[in-house]
Design a protein around this ligand. Structure first.
Ligand code: DQA
Length: 152
């Protein structure tokens, strides 16, 4: 059975492809399944997608993922990464393996040092940042690798 992976996106990420393409590129979220299949093949993961501009809706979706037995989460919380104690609190208790994702390399965006701070990272397996939309595929790969090792 392929792992169930939730690809979760926060504020302004529904606009990927149109939003500041010089930073975030010209592809939208709909490019992610193709990139995951290119990296991992068709059957490594069953992806579920959710995007919201609202913090509470993201928390509701994470709680739902826990109830439903989702195996892992690839989570780009957008700007909420740098500000949301509520999302961090949710990740702290739900017990789902999570990888923090960023399209841009937040650590290289030194003009905006706040982007180097993450409330979520301490509750995540790790962070994938700076590979464009491929960051999502790399995060799914990291989750599958982690889950395989857990189950072996
Ligand atoms: C982002 C980086 C954040 O700093 C920013 O607020 C975003 C997108 C990224 O994917 O590079 O909305 O998470």
């Amino acid at each position: 059975m392929p792992y169930r992976i939730l690809v979760l996106n926060g504020p302004n990420l529904g606009a990927l492809g149109q939003r500041q393409p010089e930073i975030y590129g010209s592809e939208g979220l709909d490019a992610i399944p193709g990139l995951v299949h290119e990296l991992l093949g068709e059957n490594a993961a069953r992806l579920e997608f959710f995007q919201s501009n609202h913090e509470g809706a993201l928390i509701d979706r994470l709680e739902q993922a826990r109830r439903e037995g989702v195996d892992g989460v690839a989570f780009n919380a957008g700007a909420l990464t740098h500000s949301s104690l509520a999302l961090a609190d949710c990740l702290a208790w739900i017990g789902l393996p999570c990888v923090e994702v960023h399209v841009s390399n937040v650590f290289a965006r030194t003009e905006d040092p706040i982007r180097q701070r993450s409330f979520m990272a301490k509750h995540c397996l790790g962070v994938v940042s700076g590979f464009g939309l491929s960051s999502y595929a790399l995060a799914v790969q990291a989750l599958v690798f982690h889950l395989n090792r857990q189950h072996s």
